[in-house]
Design a protein around this ligand. Sequence first.
Ligand SMILES: Nc1nc(=O)c2c([nH]1)NC[C@@H]1CN(c3ccc(C(=O)N[C@@H](CCC(=O)O)C(=O)O)cc3)C=[N+]21
Length: 275
Amino acid sequence: MRKLIGKELAEAIRTQTAAEVAAGPRPRLAVVVATGDEASLWYVRSIAKAAAGVGIAADIVDLGPAARPEQIRESLVRLSADTGVHGLMLQTPLPPGASAQELAGAIDPRKDVDGASPLSLGRLAAGLPAFVPATAAAVMALLDHHGVELAGRRAVVVGRSAVVGKPLAHLLLDRHATVTVCHSRTRDLASVTATADVLVAAVGRAGLIGAGHVAPGAVVVDVGTNPTGDGGLTGDVDAAAVSARAGALTPVPGGVGPVTTALLLRHTARAANLP
Ligand SMILES: Nc1nc(=O)c2c([nH]1)NC[C@@H]1CN(c3ccc(C(=O)N[C@@H](CCC(=O)O)C(=O)O)cc3)C=[N+]21
């Protein structure tokens, strides 16, 4: 089984982004946070660290886990209007009662570096240029980097979130894959996923995908980042079981995750250079 590692690709993207950034004024990324979720806060810290490494300023706007939806919206409206901010992202999860989908409409689409605004998703679906959610973009970049062919092949995406599953289905379609999207109401999940040449797991449930879900030789992409009890991270794929059957598998950690962070920075550099 081939291991589709993301570290080198992430580093190449960061190096290229640093060069783009050095050519112009310093881009600024604002990340609005309203959660106490440890895994999510880890991601925010890693964005801040990686941003510093490529010359991007990152402002973490932490409203706390008790923030009210109106407060979050106000911050997004204010930062959207702030000409000193080039990239703007709303970190998930959000407090109960706050909807990421609704609030993301307050992000200026020109600053929407994590592709969360309904306008960005609509443009992607319509085949128009748009910022794509960093995680969905990272899956495509990782497949391309490792030379996985998509045209004419069967792709199955498990998960239908607005930040991963849905945009990913469009990206795979654009590359001429035959795409199926599965979700919590899919009957006999394993019988559908076993038809995949390329299987993407983006649900957020540790170990959901086992050997019985995977066709021999399939390429398996694990988008899950589920915290383990001991402070580690595990994917949606039972890697030990699937390794014996799959042709290729992305590890967690070290697969899609590092590429996600790198692409968020690339998007921010591009946002700063929009005409
Ligand atoms: N609006 C929004 N967009 C997101 O993209 C988003 C979000 N909210 N909320 C939280 C989740 C989580 N997420 C991760 C990204 C990278 C790693 C990552 O790079 N992880 C390292 C492992 C780090 C470790 O070992 O602890 C790796 O996979 O190698 C993890 C998690 C993006 N998320």
